[in-house]
Design a protein around this ligand. Structure first.
Ligand code: NAD
Ligand code: IPM
Ligand code: MN
Length: 352
């Protein structure tokens, strides 16, 4: 029995989680999987009613689950720092989900906006530091609202924090056994403390992996190379903010935000891990029934893998790949005319 906390959140999060659960339920019987999904209504609507995104003991309520399955958070009428610092980011930190794993694969049947790429020419994974760095949430305001107002936002880089995520990236490169390469993303030309510690730690960890080749790229150049020669990347490791930015690029060069899966992991398994796609609540298309549920469904496959259900995860991924290749049941972001639930129903049929 896998006990999963479900937080659908806002906007398209609500709809894509519906379809992903449909698929997870559909794939379960033939693998002897039993799910127990527990819904938590924490969201912007919850905020309108209660003045907070979740109760103060919200994270504690999640502690005993085997996984958290989250849609997206964000509402046009509430400032993003309120919604995100009220729900998503504290959960990442509370459970020390220090790895954010975000694969980008160019699947057959999907058109990249980049010219001349063949299927699987892009097959990379970004390992994003997920609990500190630029997102440490350290800072404050002085003289708020006055002309002399000051805002301080401090990035926090610890040796421990850098080392564990970098080590994860090297282990992953070994395990993938593709290019056996790790790229470090830095900005130590301008940020002479935190990023220098990052670089030093990367060099030290790299010495322990003589079988893995490495390079280091400045974040601005890395953004360019994700467009210019994405084929060259294998495992990419970066700080919280740099990983965030690169993974939207990774999503769009492989076809759509609607395909980009993601997992927030505590690899030690002391804390519960959280599975949410790379995309947000997409207010521009919310309520129209056209959001692509595949990112959430592939995120469900990542959750299956984390739970040790590799064969079921393979089934879900194959169903998505097959559907993309045939190209008949696709949402508008991929050039199709299907609805969110149409894609969910189709994939649920394929995996059952
Ligand atoms: P977004 O990812 O929601 O949307 C960016 C673009 O991609 C939009 O044009 C949207 O329509 C499209 N898109 C995203 N997901 C899609 C899908 N599944 N199918 C088809 N098209 C899809 O990013 P944004 O517009 O910058 O942010 C919207 C809100 O979501 C903000 O409040 C932001 O803070 C929040 N956000 C939350 C998360 C999260 O909860 N994990 C992640 C990113 C953004
Ligand atoms: C993501 C999102 C979040 C992040 C926001 C909503 C705080 O953009 O998961 O990529 O920056 O981590
Ligand atoms: Mn993001």
């Amino acid at each position: 029995m896998h006990r999963i906390a479900v937080i659908r959140g806002d906007g398209i999060g609500v709809d894509v989680v519906e379809e992903a659960i449909k698929v997870l339920e559909a794939v379960a019987p033939k693998h002897g999987i039993e799910w127990e999904f527990t819904e938590f209504p924490w969201s912007s609507n919850y905020y309108f009613e209660h003045g907070e995104m979740m109760p103060a003991d919200g994270p504690d309520q999640l502690a005993e689950f085997d996984g958290i399955f989250l849609g997206a958070v964000g509402h046009p009428e509430i400032q993003d720092h309120v919604t995100l610092n009220g729900l998503l980011l504290p959960i990442r930190r509370r459970f020390d989900q220090y790895v954010c794993l975000r694969p980008s694969v160019l699947y057959p049947g999907v058109t990249s906006p980049l010219a001349g790429l063949k299927p699987y020419d892009i097959d990379l994974v970004v390992v994003r530091e997920n609990t500190e760095g630029e997102y440490a949430n350290v800072g404050g305001f002085q003289y708020e609202g006055r002309p002399e107002e000051v805002a301080v936002q401090t990035a926090v880089f610890t040796r421990h924090g850098c080392e564990r995520v970098i080590r994860f990236a090297f282990d992953l490169a070994r395990q993938r056994n593709k290019k056996n390469h790790v790229t470090s993303i830095t900005k130590s030309n301008a940020l002479g403390y935190g990023m220098v510690l990052w670089d030093r730690t990367f060099a030290e960890v790299a010495e322990e992996y003589p079988d893995i080749t490495t390079n280091s790229l400045l974040i601005d150049a890395a953004c360019m190379d994700f467009i210019r020669k994405p084929q060259e990347f294998d495992v990419v490791v970066g700080s919280n903010l740099f990983g965030d930015i690169l993974t939207d690029i990774g999503a769009i060069i492989t076809g759509s935000m609607g395909l980009a899966s993601s997992a927030n992991l505590d690899p030690t398994r002391e804390g519960v891990s959280m599975f949410e796609p790379t995309h947000g609540s997409a207010p521009d298309i919310a309520g129209q029934g056209i959001a692509n549920p595949m990112a959430q469904i592939l995120t469900g496959a990542m959750m299956l893998r984390h739970l040790g259900e590799d064969v079921a995860a393979d089934d879900v991924e194959k169903a998505v790949e097959e559907t993309l290749k045939i190209g008949e049941v696709l949402t508008p972001d991929l050039g199709g005319t299907s609805t969110t639930s149409g894609v969910g129903d189709h994939l649920a049929n394929l995996v059952s």
